[in-house]
Design a protein around this ligand. Structure first.
Ligand SMILES: [Ca+2]
Length: 156
């Protein structure tokens, strides 16, 4: 929990933020091409899943623990570089499997989670299950207003 107190002249606001995470990923147990998956996630959630930290990589693999089919995520090759579908972000974190990406056959422009959780570049027209991204990371719980002239910040 993060408690922030900040004052005006004789006014103090208290914002309580709960650091529990909302469900961030949703496993879609339907077989789709990467492009179909992207459209589905953008229409029904936010986008295909973006994975940018060890924590997110673990979270997404926990979600698919009972369904180890190859699973599309939002990473693709835009010819010049690997990009995330969500906000067109550049690749800054990767969990490629050994010898990947190899662009086998010259047309592997989309990325899936293999059964072992690591990433493989694959042909975008393969049909796989999908992980979409949804929700925000933190919940704003309360805002309180207190009269005071002090300033304080507390992090639990
Ligand atoms: Ca490959």
């Amino acid at each position: 929990m993060h408690l922030i107190l900040f004052s005006g002249e004789c006014f103090l606001s208290v914002i309580l933020c709960d650091s529990r995470r909302l469900t961030k990923y949703v496993l879609i147990r339907e077989y789709k091409t990467w492009t179909e998956a992207r459209h589905f996630c953008q229409k029904n959630y936010i986008d295909l899943a973006t994975v940018q930290t060890d924590e997110e990589w673990s979270e997404i693999n926990k979600l698919r623990a009972n369904n180890l089919s190859d699973t599309w995520i939002g990473l693709y090759d835009d010819v010049n570089s690997w990009r995330w579908s969500f906000r067109d972000k550049r690749l800054t974190y990767a969990r490629w499997d050994r010898a990947q990406p190899d662009n086998y056959g010259g047309d592997q422009d989309c990325v899936m989670l293999h059964a072992n959780g690591y990433w493989h570049d694959k042909g975008c027209n393969l049909k796989c299950v999908v992980v979409c991204q949804s929700g925000k990371t933190h919940i704003l719980l309360h805002t309180l207003h207190i009269f005071t002239d002090s300033y304080k910040e507390i992090v639990y």
